[in-house]
Design a binder for this molecule. Structure first.
Ligand code: FES
Length: 157
């Protein structure tokens, strides 16, 4: 089944309502930030410290990453940061480029399969190390080392 999209993922991943908004976001309405198959909330800026070649996330200030299965985007145009951080398991996080290598569309986290999927209609799929599981993406997405240290997540750029 690897590399194949289930009917539910296809509906969630590609469905757009008339307004152009994603069904996941419309249906969500949760009081806590929560990633879906076609969306990830922005990481809370107060949780992030940007170093020269590293990022430090204070997880106590990042409710978007609190629950296992959640993911959040880090975007900073000035510093050219475009990263998705995934809380895959208890004490296990991944950080990757948030763009597909096919046509550079954003990717989202599929919590039920622990895979990343491109939001574009072609839906390339990647594993949490960035390797291509299903194309048309021609190359892996860049992944960054992510290490838990005393309640913080340290990402090496
Ligand atoms: S941009 Fe991702 S599959 Fe085309």
């Amino acid at each position: 089944m690897d590399g194949q999209i289930t009917r539910r993922e296809m509906i969630y991943g590609s469905a757009l309502v008339l307004s152009g908004a994603c069904v996941c976001q419309v249906a969500g309405g949760a009081d806590k930030p929560r990633s879906t198959n076609c969306h990830a909330p922005d990481l809370e800026p107060e949780s992030l410290t940007i170093g020269q070649k590293s990022l430090t996330i204070d997880l106590a200030k990042a409710p978007s990453l609190e629950a296992v299965g959640n993911a959040a985007y880090i975007m900073d145009k000035d510093r050219k940061l475009d990263i998705i951080v995934v809380h895959a398991e208890r004490d296990e996080y991944f950080a990757l480029s948030r763009f597909c290598t096919h046509a550079y569309r954003p990717i989202s986290y599929i919590r039920t399969r622990k895979l990343l999927m491109c939001n574009n209609a072609s839906h390339s799929i990647f594993d949490l190390t960035g390797q291509v599981v299903k194309g048309p993406a021609p190359e892996p997405i860049k992944s960054y080392a992510a290490k838990l240290v005393a309640g913080t997540l340290q990402i090496t750029l």
